[in-house]
Design a protein. Structure first.
Lengths: 243, 241
């Protein structure tokens, strides 16, 4: 479905055609349009986009982290799970949204289920790899000092796995912000929607495409920078400049 | 009616659509593969040599890293829409957008593949009198094949899976049906979605097999050995494996 019928009213269709000269003639970029439609189009789309992405990453991380911990000591389980998540990632997003519609309808749930599925492929392998990268020496020392399994996990394994886990989280965040634009094909939500509308115009409305596109990329970069800061705070001993 | 009954009904309709529109779907699938192939070809021709040369010179690692991050951060919808304002609706715009998308993994992996070749091996080749070009062609390139093949496989699968979105900018393909519920009904949308999924999974399977086939046997064994010893090795974002 292209635009959900009966869904809550989305951002207002740009006033393309009856605005000022810049807008009417579809010049390269009209600040006037951005100023006039920040409040009714761009800002709501941005908050929806943040919400869509944040929920997907939150749920995805909880699932990946739990399964990662569960399969960490059982390696035979992590290989098939990695393969399965890689296979999920291969499914075109546009198709996956539609395939989920018979189950969850044209709803935000559908979008979230798909986005969560895509985060798993980036989060799960890195969580397992991070835990597996803990040196055997460190584990031996912990055991020699009388740490319980729980203590070992919390104060040895997880801190040492953190850089790899955060690396996976960075990829997942950036990809999810990028993928969330495709939600607009199903729901009038997120930064993809203004772009979708601008493309539907007889001659695609440039200002709206550029503005929403720039916001999407900026959002991904800001989220990435926040995670870099988080890593520096959580893992101050990690090498600077390591990607 | 229960949820299960409703969804079964939708899928039965979708399969019925697939059955009665087989030729249309094959046509659209071929269109999609044509677009994906052109984009992949363009990316390989333009970017792969660049990655190899940069890797050989061990220069431009920032570029290789930036390419892998940009490849993930740039939403394809934004890319297609922005390029559409420059090149207009149609094949060229979509081919370039998808080629940009494919460039990320190809550039990163061709760079990493060559740059990660054991320095001692390269030194030995130089000491035996090989020229720079000779080293690249006879030593670095064969050793880079596993990472190179992985990069191309990832790029190809990404492009095939992303191509349906191109329909919004006149790219054709199965996306044409997926974004046109008014014309084909939900059974058509779902049927085409299932076909797009199948196409991507087939591409993934074939390309993974191809990747194995082009990797020299010796290197394959080495990779398996390394996998066993990976315990101490950290995984970074840049290395796409």
């Amino acid at each position: 479905m292209i635009v959900a019928a009966g869904a809550p009213a989305g951002p207002i269709v740009p006033n393309f055609g009856s605005g000022n000269r810049c807008v009417v003639e579809n010049h390269t970029f009209c600040w006037s349009w951005v100023n006039a439609h920040w409040g009714d189009t761009l800002q709501p789309a941005l908050s929806q986009h943040v919400e869509l992405s944040a929920i997907a990453i939150g749920i995805g991380f909880v699932i990946a982290f739990t399964t990662g911990l569960l399969t960490y000591r059982r390696r035979w389980m992590s290989r098939p799970l990695e393969g399965f998540s890689a296979l999920l990632y291969t499914i075109p997003s546009l198709a996956l949204f539609q395939i989920l519609v018979p189950f969850t309808g044209i709803t935000t749930t559908t979008v979230e289920v798909a986005l969560v599925a895509y985060t798993l492929v980036m989060l799960f392998p890195n969580i397992v790899a991070g835990l597996n990268s803990v040196p055997a020496d460190a584990l031996d020392v912990a055991r020699a000092m009388g740490f319980t399994r729980r203590q070992t996990l919390l104060s040895v394994e997880l801190p040492l796995a953190l850089p790899t886990i955060v690396a996976g989280l960075r990829v997942a965040v950036v990809s999810t912000v990028s993928l969330a634009t495709i939600a607009a094909f199903l729901l009038p939500k997120g930064l993809g929607y203004p772009i979708f509308l601008a493309l539907k115009e007889p001659s695609p409305f440039r200002t709206e495409i550029y503005a929403a596109g720039a916001l999407t990329v900026a959002l991904a970069l800001v989220a990435d920078l926040l995670l870099v800061a988080l890593r520096r705070f959580l893992v101050p001993w990690a090498r600077r400049g390591a990607v | 009616m229960t949820l299960a009954a409703i969804s079964m009904h939708d899928f039965l309709d979708a399969f019925r659509f697939i059955g009665s529109n087989w030729n249309l779907l094959l046509d659209k699938a071929a269109q999609q593969l044509e677009l994906a192939g052109a984009a992949l070809g363009l990316a390989i021709v333009l970017v792969l040599p660049l990655g190899l040369v940069l890797g050989h010179l061990r220069r431009g690692s920032t570029l290789a890293i930036a390419a892998s991050i940009a490849g993930r951060a740039l939403p394809v919808l934004v890319l297609i829409a922005a390029l559409l304002t420059v090149f207009g609706i149609g094949f060229v715009n979509n081919m370039i957008a998808l080629a940009v998308l494919a460039s990320g993994p190809i550039l990163t992996n061709s760079y990493e593949g060559v740059a990660r070749v054991e320095p001692r091996v390269v030194d030995a080749a130089r000491a035996s009198g090989m020229t720079g070009a000779g080293v690249l062609r006879q030593i670095e390139l064969p050793l880079a094949i596993p990472l190179l093949a992985t990069g191309v496989r990832i790029a190809a699968v990404t492009v095939v899976a992303t191509a349906p979105i191109a329909a919004i900018a006149g790219g054709g393909g199965l996306g044409d049906i997926i974004v046109n519920q008014a014309g084909y009904g939900f059974d058509g949308v779902l049927g085409a979605s299932l076909c797009a999924m199948a196409l991507s999974l087939i591409a993934y399977g074939l390309l993974s097999a191809l990747e194995r086939a082009v990797t020299p046997v010796g290197l394959r064994r080495l990779a398996e050995l390394e996998k066993g010893n990976r315990r101490q090795e950290a995984v970074s974002v840049t290395a796409i494996t």
